[in-house]
Design a protein around this ligand. Structure first.
Ligand code: NAD
Length: 441
């Protein structure tokens, strides 16, 4: 089977690499010529563990290629995935569907100009309910209805563990009302059924909404435990114990109960807001999600105030070392990372910022101003008046605490990921501030 994937970003590249690894013939298309040139030169434009090796293997087997020629890629493909970005529309928070619709138009023209044969167009991008109908309308301007089917197949992979998630997902959701499209999708995902991944078929609208419902639910879970963390701090309880205590209940489950600085990344912030907008438009507001989004937004700035408090209430002309910038470890993605609001909040209070991130520096430079970057955590801490762990990268999980303390001008550590233990840090001579825990002694 020949597959074309339009959009070679985090989702498109990982999907393409995995499909090629399963033996399909994959063409990845991207409108950004720099991205394609890098890929053709054997460079992977994003950081995702294992992706470079996987792509390299498929390139050598001749199963994956990269191009900016969408028409050429689509002409030979039986299945065409749309995996372009759907960012928040500037100003109002609705999902910006410009890229999806322009991809659909190009795909329609390309299929129209190519030989006969049925094509399946699969919307993998996260799109509001009803977008598949519009994609179908766009395609039918240039194609007769018998020539194509449109499926929704939202992606649930997590950056940082994307390949494992793609190959061994909790589930694959496919939305289509058309039997032929369903059969094609069954062939596409057959290799995964050997990994016992349930492929769940539903109608297109339900599939589209499932993606937003999943992200909104996860965002709610995180926000819930974050608020419990604040309550723990106020009452002397320990949020990690509370999380464990509730997580052992199988109706709740232990995952996604790590208190932290608020969720970020390229999905949760934009998807919660897009869901809120869709729900309002339909006269069925999702009040819980509205609250979650607003609580989370305020939390990031509150984390800057937490750092200021930990530094004695005054940070003007003081230096803060930020350890970890990406929204989570094992990615270089800086989109909507909480570190952005935290750094800005500290700068607004007059602090100087020096930062370290193992993979995110290049992207961070695009979204942060007046930040000095360090090559490692100790260089970052050198002479600083406090260090703040914002992202729990492996290299920050077992820091040489004596070295860190010696590097700092003052031994103040704010740990927004609860990597360390309060008792240990006290013994090591740190003024240590975790999340949702107080040192009982
Ligand atoms: P991305 O920004 O990394 O990649 C999108 C790519 O599409 C870009 O390289 C862009 O140049 C390309 N593009 C845009 N318009 C194009 C066109 N007309 N033709 C060809 N290429 C075009 O985005 P991403 O993070 O991979 O996300 C893609 C979609 O998947 C989004 O809807 C997102 O919400 C969803 N998603 C993302 C994740 C994630 O973890 N990143 C997880 C699940 C779902």
């Amino acid at each position: 089977m020949k597959i074309a994937i339009v959009g070679a970003g985090y989702v498109g590249l990982v999907s393409g690499a995995c499909f090629a690894d399963f033996g399909f013939e994959v063409t990845c298309v991207d409108a950004n010529p720099d991205k394609i040139a890098a890929l053709e030169a054997g460079k992977v434009p994003i950081y995702e563990p294992g992706l470079a090796e996987l792509l390299d293997r498929s390139v050598r087997r001749g199963l994956i290629r990269f191009t900016s020629d969408l028409a050429g890629a689509v002409a030979g493909a039986e299945v065409i995935f749309i995996a372009v970005g759907t960012p928040s529309r500037r100003g109002d928070g609705y999902a910006d569907l410009t890229y999806v619709y322009s991809a659909a138009e190009e795909i329609g023209r390309a299929i129209g100009a190519s030989s006969e044969g049925h094509r399946t167009v699969v919307v993998k991008s996260t799109v509001p309910v009803g977008t598949g109908d519009e994609v179908e309308r766009i395609l039918s301007r240039t194609l007769s209805r018998e020539r194509f089917g449109v499926a929704s197949n939202p992606e649930f992979l997590r950056e940082g563990a994307a390949i494992e998630d793609f190959k061994r997902p909790d589930r694959v959701v496919v939305g289509t009302e058309d039997e032929r499209t369903r059969q094609t999708m069954a062939r596409v995902y057959r290799p995964l059924s050997l990994n016992q991944a349930p492929v769940f078929y539903t109608d297109r609208r339900s599939a589209e909404l499932t993606k937003y419902a999943a992200n909104a639910f996860l965002a709610t879970k995180i926000t819930f435990i974050n608020e419990m963390a604040d309550l723990c701090e106020a009452t002397g309880a320990n949020v990690q114990d509370v999380a464990r205590g509730i997580g052992l209940d199988r109706r709740i489950g232990p995952k996604f109960l790590n208190a932290g600085p608020g969720y970020g990344g390229s999905c949760f912030p934009k998807d919660t807001v897009a869901l809120i907008k869709t729900a309002q438009d339909h006269g069925t507001p999702t009040r819980i999600v509205e609250t979650v989004a607003s609580v989370n937004e305020q939390r990031k700035r509150a984390m800057a105030r937490k750092v200021v408090r930990a530094m004695g209430g005054e940070v003007r002309e003081r230096t803060v070392a930020i350890l970890g910038l990406t929204f989570k470890p094992n990615t270089d993605d800086m989109r909507d990372a909480p570190s952005i609001a935290i750094v800005r909040g500290l700068q607004d209070a007059g602090a100087r910022i020096v930062a370290f991130d193992p993979e995110g520096e290049a992207n961070a430079r695009d979204v942060m101003e007046n930040v000095r970057f360090a090559r490692d955590p100790y260089e970052c801490a050198r002479g600083a008046d406090a260090a703040v762990i914002v992202t729990e990268w492996d290299v920050l999980r077992a820091l040489d605490l004596d070295r860190l303390k010696a590097a700092l001008a003052r031994p103040v550590l704010v740990d927004l990921r609860n990597v360390y233990e309060p008792e240990v840090m006290r013994e090591r001579g740190f003024a240590y501030t975790p999340i949702g825990r107080v040192d009982p002694f």
